[in-house]
Design a protein around this ligand. Structure first.
Ligand code: F6R
Length: 338
């Protein structure tokens, strides 16, 4: 099976963190008369980005259910930042650096006087931030944004460490072990993919694995061009679950469970209820000794499942033409001022 950039993920993770500027906390900018001082205390972190870049925020949110993150993480997937932030650090992530939503959010953050750090391979985001003196972490390239996930995630973790939000350093290598373990499961991945053919996968996750669920859905969409939904419990157990009795057919329930998931017992009950209505949920158990190891195992393994599915369906995995067309049309019609 063609794993595209997945075999490079351990080295992408290791290389990308070398580019995080050492002096992040000593940066001081002046924009429109407002001083932005990167050494000041923050009271939240906003992670802004779309698609394969934005999912980094979801993954960090998952990790903060296990880690003792010192401030709330706000995941923003929009062209505007949430209102009424107090003293946030804004991390703007765009693999290409050309995603208008992310550039607009970064600009808005600077004009509101917030410290902003870009994580990108270059593009306009890098130019806009660099011109204003804001720091940018330049990361190594991959075949498409989603295949560069470790290069987007690992520098972001280092930024959180530098701002005293979480202690990540001791876990970084375990995350890489999670990737390496998953890479050994190609046969399992192919087997799971076979079970998804001719279905609409309903991906069940707990709140603390939301990022893994979203990433799996996105990879199904983008690699296999396959429709799928994510249901996050407890909430999904109060609505989505009712559709288990559907006569529409074609749903395939996939329950993803990690070790020590806070809501794990809840999900077990959910699986019993789904089964009692005749569904045969597939259970995917994530492995790992640390939160980052488990998360990286999950996103790598499930990503491989979607590549296997693409191969089974005879679908070209890398290109995502509808996304490109949307971006072009947004730009042609001048929907954004960037
Ligand atoms: C994933 C993918 C998209 C992009 C999204 C944002 O491979 O192609 O989900 O990640 O369109 O683009 P970037 O990541 O360049 O900001």
């Amino acid at each position: 099976m063609n794993l595209i950039d997945y075999p490079r993920w351990p080295s992408l993770a290791r290389e990308s963190i070398l580019n995080v500027p050492m002096d992040l906390r000593s940066i001081k900018l002046s924009i429109d008369g407002k001083v932005i001082d990167y050494s000041e205390e923050i009271d939240s972190v906003v992670i802004t980005g779309m698609g394969g870049s934005g999912v980094v925020g979801d993954i960090i949110n998952d990790l903060c259910w296990f880690w003792d993150c010192r401030v709330p993480i706000i995941v923003s997937k929009n062209m505007r930042l949430p209102k009424r932030l107090s003293r946030p650090l804004v991390i703007a992530i765009s693999y290409s650096g050309n995603t208008a939503e992310t550039i607009m959010s970064a600009n808005e953050a600077l004009s509101r006087g917030y410290p902003v750090i870009g994580v990108t391979t270059g593009g306009k985001l890098s130019t806009v931030l660099t011109n204003k003196g804001a720091p940018v972490v330049l990361i190594p390239k991959a075949s498409a944004p989603r295949y560069g996930l470790p290069a987007l995630l690992y520098p972001t973790l280092i930024i959180l460490e530098r701002f005293g939000v979480a202690s990540v350093i001791n876990e970084l290598e375990s995350g890489i072990s999670g990737i390496e373990d998953a890479l050994k499961r190609v046969d399992d991945a192919i087997n799971l993919a076979k079970q998804l053919v001719n279905s609409v996968p309903v991906v069940w996750v707990t709140e603390s694995r939301r990022g893994v669920g979203i990433r799996f859905k996105n990879d199904l969409n983008e690699n296999a061009k396959y429709y799928s939904v994510v249901s996050v419990v407890p909430e999904g157990a109060h609505n989505d679950i009712a559709a288990v009795t559907t006569k529409q057919g074609g749903l395939k329930h996939v329950a993803i469970m990690g070790p020590n998931d806070y809501e794990g017992m809840y999900e077990e009950v959910l699986i019993d209820v789904l089964s009692s209505f005749g569904a045969k949920p597939i259970i995917v158990k994530l492995e790992g000794k640390t939160p980052l190891e488990t998360e990286m195992y999950g996103v790598t393994y499930l990503g491989m499942v979607t590549l296997a599915l693409a191969e089974l369906l005879g679908v070209e995995p890398v290109s995502t033409e509808p996304i490109d067309r949307l971006k072009n049309l947004l730009s042609e019609r001048r929907v954004f001022q960037v």
